[in-house]
Design a binder for this molecule. Sequence first.
Ligand SMILES: [Zn+2]
Length: 404
Amino acid sequence: MNCKTVTKILSDTAYVRIGGTSAEKQCAEYLKSACEQSGLNASIEPFPITMYDIKCAKLTVDGKEITCAGYGGAGMGTVSASLYYLQSTDAHSLKKCKDKIVLVDKAVGYKLYDMLLENGAKGFITFNGSIYYADRDILEKEIRFEAEALIPAVNINIDDAIDIVRRESKFAEITLEYESYIGESNNVILDIKGETDETVVISAHYDSTPFSVGAYDNMSSCIGLLYLEEYFSQKPLRRNIRLLWCGSEERGLLGSLEYCRLHKNELKNTVLNINLDMLGSVLGEFAAFSCANEEMKDFFEKFFKKHRFPASVRYAIRSSDSNSFVHYGVPAVSFARYAPSGASAIHTRYDTAKTVCPKQLLKDMKIIAKYAEYIANTPAFSFPIDISEKIKDEVSDYMKRRKL
Ligand SMILES: [Zn+2]
């Protein structure tokens, strides 16, 4: 693989591909045919996914309509109430949520949602965007956790959120209507045969978020898997390598979770998941996560030192497909090159090829290939590859109350 190929794939896939849409399927097919250039056959594994068709998302604040997007999976209907901006989640502030429509400036996970519910909120408003950007993009959101009761929720642009707070707005009305249905998302799988029954699964998600062509997050790593296909297809391997392009990661790691569910029996022979998410940025630091144990972290430290590759090593989980594997009992590692803020803006229209440097991506893949080669070919590991209690706890907290 060379820089020209990287640039071409980034350009071929410069479209929004949200989990469960036909654009995502189009990208799955593109990746499958890209695999075939090495003479290997990839397969596409479809899986069902809940989709939301938002019929009506309306927000009125003090009589003025504000453009908004709805939350799939939230409560339906109309609520009118006083408006309250929750600045902090201290007990006193939370008490003031009673019978209000609450504007929040944090992501609403199950913990914050429960606080809103327990304190009697009637609905909530979130926002996205940046005051420094000219766009007015508003993301459709969804409730991804199990909840005791559902209240309506909408998402707005940050400019409007600022306006609402500046004006000390008093009343709000939310109307939310949607239909949910079962759609289809897809994983793409390619096997490179080894000599034993053991397998290393190397994953990268290929879906993106609304408005985003996801060049950095995460077509960069999808190209990385194609690099590995080329790298390993002509080499004798002790362990099998399975390349897995996951669908619907951005919707809650759904592709990797589905993969683990469907391939549960094969997971017994899966020694490690190597997950790639966001690589090859022009600026930024390479990070290797051990989502296995402390010994893997120590190994990384020696490995990068030996290869004189600048990298930060972390012993923690990250919000990516590696968590699904750990959830199903497979130790994992995860790689990223984190671009500094200002050089990238993932999950927005600004995640374009401009963030990615083909040459850097090839350098990142060269070191990842070396690591994967060691994992695939070493006769015996010099340390146990298992999941520590610390990592188990982090993942079980991460997965808590998810709609799985
Ligand atoms: Zn990602």
